[in-house]
Unconditional design. Sequence first.
Length: 285
Amino acid sequence: MILDIRPCNAPLGAEITGIDLGRPIDEATFRHIDQAYAQYGVIFFRDQHITPEQHLAFTMRFGELDPSPHTPYALPGYPDILRVTNIQEQGRNIGLADAGLTWHTDMSWREIPPRGSTLYAIEVPEQNGQVLGDTVFASAAAAYETLSDAMRAHLDGLTAIHQYAAKHAYRAKVSISDRSDLERTYPDVHHPVVRTHPISGRRCLYVVPGECTGIAGMPDDEALPLLQTLAERIVRPEFQYRHQWQVGDLVMWDNCLVQHLAIRDYALPQRRLMHRTTIAGTPTF
Ligand SMILES: [Fe+2]
């Protein structure tokens, strides 16, 4: 296999070619992939044909599996693979139908958020030859690195309060899956407003619209506008890469370096089916 890493024309993202994820990957090749993942924040492989077992084995090269909280939507027989899909059987969703419809980084309402996730595309919606259901990624690292020195100094040492219930309320207007089992079962957690990437040491803005309810030790009338300004900055168009899916794509993202947004511009009978795995993370700092 001859690995080639092709950066996207954006401040994040790279396509990796010359690799078949269904075959064993030697340690040296894997190290290149892992480095690209930590460097580009989003990496993707086109035209893959992998079984659930191969998908899990590849994911586990990057770390422990992070169990999904959305267990009713696991692929039958595979509790560590979450189905992200709008497909219904007998009138019920068979997977998470509304994942990622607001900008976010995954599970930042947890004490230890996951390192990242992989999505493997099995069915991709189309209309008149036009692919639908893109995913947009934005570089939280670029958003930080282009701040003024004064703003960086101002943010240094601040921690934001992340709350699942607030996120749930914020996204309720676009939510259709039953997440009532998750509601209010998570205590507030604190994460640094500027998070350091555990591998590269790069610094990234780490605030989430709707979910962050304040900044520790700062009055709300100062903290809330600041959180809003930072959240809007992360998702500026110049910091984005938009992924247009093809069947057989495996895309993976890093939850420290990037935020993401699912574009919901399709509906049944246009079907979208993805298998998602998640890699456990490390404490934020
Ligand atoms: Fe997500």
